[in-house]
Design a protein around this ligand. Structure first.
Ligand code: NAD
Ligand code: LMR
Length: 331
């Protein structure tokens, strides 16, 4: 077992997602069974939130996790991000039924200016930041642009939940195990414009459209189900997804920190370098591969006219969101 614990900050640690996520990290699901961790739990300076956070700390203590070497519970961003290797920015207001995620920009966007600054000031030299709080692509853009001196390639936005949702829908339709689905990229924004690319996804070794011949289902039902799944959960539960979101955070960090299976890829929002003609600097979800340390955008994934149109629509939405938060992006 390595002696050096990984320090992981989680904002919104007393919230719904936090309540599922922290226990998964502390149990070893994120960094493996041999890697100790120290959790930095960050909440707002509000009596109720801090009291709830103390309760969460008590429960973490009561699990006697062998890998958990300490907890820091705080409402101070400086203390919370001190020396952290990962900053998981979950804390933000969730949408209610009838809202789009970008309707949250006015409330949530400003959270990510101070957090970006505090991560740059206090984080470890290898700090990486994954934004979950919605709208996560544009919130990640705000954090990255306010984190002066930090490489923007260290900022991510979560689209893994969409990838997992898409894989399950395809597996159900094809009557195969979910592990048979690979190369499923979510392109663009974690929003109703995201494009789950079934043309390049595979079932076993075969392209999805060769196995699922039902073209109309793929073009309409499949895409809409994935795009609208968050809203469907809010309608059914009265609350937004939490355990599945926490699971996707674990999957995202694992995917970024372990080598990607040969020939496969995964989805995460990254700083666009202009690949596939997308505006540089947007936080855009692409097919990504990792060697365990560094990631890269997979090149030369074939895109047909239909895919191109979908990708342009989601890019345009991200450009609009960027314009909406222009005052939060330092010149
Ligand atoms: P929640 O309301 O249960 O919990 C949010 C927590 O964040 C609360 O405890 C709140 O006190 C805290 N918080 C608010 N502002 C904060 C700040 N500035 N600093 C630290 N903590 C702060 O919400 P939830 O269900 O856990 O969802 C959190 C966010 O994640 C929402 O914005 C939701 O829409 C988003 N989300 C994203 C995805 C995704 O796939 N990207 C999936 C699910 C949920
Ligand atoms: C989700 O996809 O479940 C989350 O982004 C929550 C939401 O608002 O849909």
């Amino acid at each position: 077992m390595s002696n050096n614990p990984i320090r992981v900050a989680v904002t919104g640690a007393a919230g719904q997602i936090g309540y599922s996520l922290l226990f998964r990290i502390a149990s070893g699901a994120m960094f493996g069974p041999n890697q100790p961790v120290i959790l930095h739990l960050i909440e707002i300076p509000d009596e109720k939130a801090m009291s709830a956070l103390q309760g969460v700390v008590m429960e973490l203590d009561d699990c006697a996790f062998p890998l958990l070497k300490g907890t820091v519970a705080t409402s101070s961003l400086d203390e919370g991000f001190k020396g952290v290797n990962w900053a998981l920015l979950v804390g933000a207001v969730p949408r209610k039924q009838g809202m789009e995620r970008k309707d949250l920009l006015g409330i949530n966007g400003k959270i990510f200016t101070g957090q970006g600054q505090a991560i740059a000031k206090n984080g470890a030299s290898d700090v990486r930041t994954l934004v979950v709080g919605n709208p996560c692509n544009t919130n990640s853009l705000i954090a990255a642009n306010n984190a002066r001196g930090l490489d923007k390639n260290r900022f991510f936005a979560m689209t893994m939940l969409d990838e997992n949702r898409a894989k399950t829908q395809l597996a159900r339709k094809a009557g195969v195990d979910v592990t048979a689905i690979s190369n499923l990229a979510i392109w663009g924004n974690h929003s109703a414009t995201m494009f789950p690319d079934y043309f390049n996804a595979r079932i076993g070794t075969r392209p999805v459209p060769d196995v699922i011949g039902h073209r109309e289902w793929l073009e309409k039902d499949f895409i809409t189900t994935v795009q609208q799944r968050g809203a469907a959960i809010i309608k059914a539960r009265g609350l937004s997804s939490a355990a599945s979101a926490a699971n996707a955070v674990v999957d995202t960090v694992r995917n970024l920190t372990t080598p990607t299976r040969t020939g496969d890829w995964f989805s995460v929002g990254v700083h666009s370098d202009g690949s596939y003609g997308i505006e540089k600097g947007l936080i855009f979800s692409y097919p990504i591969r990792s060697d365990g340390k560094n990631w890269e955008i997979v090149k030369d994934v074939p895109l047909n006219e239909f895919s191109r149109a979908k990708i342009t629509a989601t890019e345009n939405e991200l450009k609009e969101e960027k314009a909406m938060v222009a005052d939060l992006l330092p010149k």
